[in-house]
Design a protein around this ligand. Sequence first.
Ligand code: BGC
Length: 756
Amino acid sequence: MQGWSLTVPVLVVGLALSASGQTATPPSGQQVAGRVASLLKQMTVEEKVGQLIQLPGAYVPESAQTEERLRKGLGGSVLWVRGVAALNKLQRIAVGESRLRIPLIFGLDVIHGYRNIFPMPLAMAASWDPPLVERAQAAAAREARAAGIHWTFAPNLDIARDPRWGRLIEGAGEDPFLGAAMARAQVRGFQGAYVGSPGHVLACAKHFAGYGASEGGRDYDSVYLSDTQLYNVYLPPFQAAVDAGVGSFMSAYMDLNDVPATANHFLLRKVLRDAWGFRGFVVSDALGVGNLLNQGYARDRADAALRGFKAGTNMEMASGTYGENLVRLAGEGKISTAELDDAVRPILEAKIRLGLFENPYTDETAVETVLETPEHRQLTRVAAQRSAVLLRNEKGLLPLSKTAGRSIAVIGPMAHNADNMLTDWARQGDPKRTVTIYEGVRDKLGAGARVEYAQAIDMQRKYPSMFPGSASKPWTQAQADKAYAEAVALAKRSDLIIMALGELASMSGEGASQSSLEFPGRQQELLETVSAMGKPVVLVLVNGRPLNLVWASMHVPAILEAWHPGSEGGNAIADLLFGDAVPGGKLPVTWPRHAGQIPIYYAHNLTHQPETAPNFTSRYWDESSFPLFPFGYGLSYTTFSYSNLRLKQPQVKLGGKLEVSVDVRNTGKVAGDEVVQLYIHQRAGSASRPVRLLKGFERIALAPGETKTVSFVLGKDELSYWSSATGGWVQEAEAFDLWVGGDSAARLHGEFRVVE
Ligand code: BGC
């Protein structure tokens, strides 16, 4: 064990600093390595272990001890502290009072915005617009950084194919290709061009890996994934994040094939570091290391710490087992100096790259100017417009006209409740500055129409949320009956009804899985009652997951999926309903008819008896094998036609590139966006391949009558897969089908061969 040294580290290499103190040009790897080596030489074992500890901040009782630990250099990071003053106070202790003056790195969940809240991440994926997603996360980063946060625990890259899982909302949905595109965009948005870009934060790819495949969609439950599923489906977004330069990873909570992800050597060493060459650091999920005991994996807290550490979890979030045990384990020779240095090194590197040594504090006077910019606000509105998915629009009911003198009812539990426009991960957002659907519609029409609102229904979770304060006081039966009757009466006296239905924010997110996809409460009944009045009804959905829309898709003429759309949600929805914006989002998930079809995803394998076989129509006798809406689906106020599919050559050599192009024309009367999608199918190989796989997409804007040519390139990456037969990546000389169109059921077909 090293003794205490009195030397204060001298920072050998100066860096070019921007006004904020962040690095205006990135230091070279050599410069950073030199500074880290010089620090490591001066650090005691206690101080090294200190860097591996993330202390829980304000919301956890032990926070009283936090300051004392920081003074001794026994903490490298603090999370869950909000407010620049509080953050600066802790930083002053670390930098001003600890022996080596190593700054803290402050982490927080900045998932879809800091003050200005963007649509939930699944909705952002529904935009199929990576440049927009990058701009949004850059705005979130700017706000977070101005508020003293250096590190966000995002993006969430968990592929999820079970809509019962509450954390579906945090990722990009079911598809690895779309997921990888969203991963790259988010990493670039959060981090900027390099770790330490001014006004940006360190990103954290989470939850590594497989979390979205928990059994039954129950949060935290075990995950069993074959190598085929891992490599082809669940890992690609994480690898894309590494390729985009993500600075940190968070391990997941659950068991992966019986080994908790927090202590999973295969994931954290073999895949992440050895195969992908990740050089950043891994933080556990909150209390994840300590919880190895609960999982029936570790014998005691020392065993948990040792196993988490050895597997490659550099920093422990909040459970304290590293602090309790690692110094002693190092003294007993169970952890070598080299192992300890390897664990600390990337954490110090990140702090250097982020410019924290030079400028550890945040300007308390500048925060509000960054948080309230009209540009960020406008960006949240555009993001909500571009994320919405139009699921049905019979006889062109939408867009609605703004004709004066109409009476419009906005009815339902999602109509005028700001909390539900946000999510449980938007805690820095301000519900008071969040626009509801009722407000958005009312403000859009001004004096031109009578817009009235009725909540109609009160919804509650059966079991309370793990997040305190998210439940409202339930209505009494009398209150509920009265509100329901008032809503029905309002519908009766109105010309047009906007039904705003869905789910409470607390019904999605962590610890918020559900067993059913039915509308909670009396919403379905209300929808049927109002629809029976024979008036025009528009259903706007504010929710986190696909719900059972079988009845609605036959009886409600217009359905707009708005998700939890963020601070400007109400304005964006009004823009869409009244034609000031045109829906162009597409589903990032397959939409089941009901929970009995789960799991259902477009990229399934063929069976020996496909649906097209004679006398065979469905693999259920009581239900279709097909979903209600396919992956990639979404309508517009205009229509598009696809033609002239061209493959530059009919065959491509192994490792070569194939160019594909198609003409897309706006055949309607208004300008609109189309997401052009390309799917492939490998007809034979060492393993069966999914019936279709997304391998290219582009969102384009087309004026009425305009045609654009969209081109895609299929190369080795797109044409390879992990084969369970060979136990590795393969590209095979085989025949392929190819489809291009506006969703995963696209019909425009081509074919090509990969040849030796
Ligand atoms: C969640 C993580 C989150 C962490 C810190 C955990 O409960 O699973 O996604 O980053 O808390 O807030």
